[in-house]
Design a protein around this ligand. Structure first.
Ligand code: BES
Ligand code: ZN
Length: 456
């Protein structure tokens, strides 16, 4: 172990240089203009796996390719399935980046680039720790399977199929994902629950063309007025979602967990300062952490319609559309929620407008028992690398594969995030602290050793 850690110390600059190469590839999964870059990025991941001592291949899907690698040491050792994603969110709005999103730069101890923390920098920590183990000791303390996909940021639509077709090959005792965050500055965390999600788009179409609002206004329904009304009806003035049945299956937080959340250090002021907001707002009767981690939501992600250029224009627009997502909590079924959402909105559509409801990705929420041997082993690894024991938290974001691992492969996942929620993931100027990168590599190196000692 000591030789591995020493080697990692001496390789810090090399690891950073290689990460920069990874970050320079604009692997934006949502935008087909980046299709060749997705392939190039998969090839980079493939080479990194091979460099780390894994046997690896690129596997095509109906969407972006999956990169799979493994190193099986001995069937008596535990097998760990590591998951991550090489795709990134679109970098827009570009004008708000201090330096271009795909030209990584270090400023104030932080690596700035799209994907720096979500998820390339975090994925890379595992590849580097494995490479160090193999090159310094000639072996790994556990069997490793590595699954890095290119469609997480667009909902992992082709991943379940791959899991179903490869259950034998992917057989493992536990999964590890570093795609979440630490709890706060210098407070490492193990995440034992995430929210699920459903995503949809509503399109309303009225007259076949934009009309003069003086000549025709008041005689036919206006699609933009209607979309605003529909969107406004989703959540009331207290933050409670109004879709009938929305809360029916929600599993309420236990008193014990409520107390555990309340014991975590949390300052509303610094929370607000971090996100640049003036006040918190949400469902009555729940704390901010509860609202973010264990309560379901319905958000309008964007509305388009009508004239939005300079100066006034007097029209009844022909069309309007809105994109919506609901974050789900344990108990809620994504299909049931989508149906309830569609029914609720369709009923309110005024006469004369056509109502279209498109659905995108969806996944369930999940929560694990935070008292397993695997979690204890991971805690020890985090403590060794970050110098502090982790806190146990839930998070509000979604990682679709986690519930798929549970359902299809029957395994739990250790969510060990080295990033921070203040790293501006999905925002302009996304970054990853250099220290978090190096400590993440160390934690990963300890993790294999700790997991090897778990008696099953
Ligand atoms: N890494 C995030 C999820 C995350 C971030 C979880 C921080 C916990 C803390 C992931 O890449 C992500 O953004 N997922 C999407 C999933 C969706 C597109 C299906 C999300 O949550 O919006
Ligand atoms: Zn991610």
């Amino acid at each position: 172990m000591d030789t591995v850690l020493q080697h990692l110390q001496s390789q810090q600059q090399t690891a950073l240089d290689e990460l920069f190469e990874f970050l320079r590839i604009p692997s934006v999964s949502a935008d087909s203009a980046f299709l060749p870059e997705m392939q190039r990025c998969a090839e980079f991941v493939l080479r990194s796996m091979i460099d780390a001592g894994l046997t690896a291949e690129i596997i095509p899907t109906n969407g972006h390719p999956i990169v799979y690698g493994e190193r099986i040491e001995d069937s008596s050792l535990p097998t760990v399935l590591v998951y991550g994603h090489y795709d990134v969110q679109p970098p827009d709005p570009l004008e708000l980046w201090t330096t271009p999103p795909f030209e990584p730069q270090i400023r104030d101890g932080k690596i700035y680039a799209r994907g720096a923390t979500d998820d390339k920098g975090q994925v890379f920590t595992h590849l580097k720790s494995i490479q160090a183990w193999v090159s310094k000791t000639g072996r790994l303390p556990v069997n490793i399977k590595f699954l890095i996909e290119g469609e997480e940021e667009v909902g992992s639509d082709n991943l379940d199929r791959f899991l179903e077709d490869n259950t034998e090959r992917l057989k493992a005792d536990v999964a590890v994902i570093s795609d979440t965050s630490q709890y706060g500055d210098g407070i490492p965390a193990i995440t034992y629950g995430l929210r699920g999600i459903v995503a949809a788009e509503v399109r309303l179409t009225g007259p076949s063309k934009d009309l003069h609002s003086g000549v025709f206004g008041g005689s036919v329904a206006n699609p933009v007025n209607a979309i605003a009304r529909l969107c406004g009806s989703l959540v009331d003035e207290t933050g409670r979602v109004q879709i009938p049945g929305f809360y029916d299956d929600v599993i309420e937080l236990s008193e014990k967990e409520k107390q555990e959340f309340a014991r975590l250090p949390f300052s509303e002021d610094s929370f607000l300062a971090d996100i640049g907001s003036a006040a918190v707002f949400g469902e009555t009767g729940y704390s901010t952490l509860e609202r973010r981690w264990v309560r379901p939501t319905c958000d309008v992600n964007g509305i388009v319609g009508g004239y939005t250029g300079e100066g006034p224009k007097t029209i009844v627009p022909s069309k309007a559309a809105a994109k919506l997502t609901c974050r789900l909590v344990p108990g809620q079924n994504p299909k049931t929620i989508l149906t309830a959402l569609e029914t609720f909105l369709r009923k309110q559509c005024p006469p004369g407008l056509t109502f279209e409801f498109l659905t995108f990705h969806g996944c369930e929420a999940f929560v694990f028992d935070p008292n397993s041997e695997w979690i204890n082993a991971a805690s020890a690894a985090l403590q060794a690398a970050f110098g502090k024991p982790p806190v146990f938290i839930r998070e509000g974001g979604s990682i679709p594969v986690v519930s798929s691992f549970q359902r299809i492969l029957g395994i739990d996942t250790l969510l060990l995030g080295w990033g921070r929620n203040t790293d501006d993931l999905h925002s302009p100027n996304e970054h990853f602290h250099v220290d978090d990168f190096h400590n993440g590599i160390l934690a990963s190196a300890h993790l294999w050793q700790e997991l090897a000692a778990v008696r099953q």
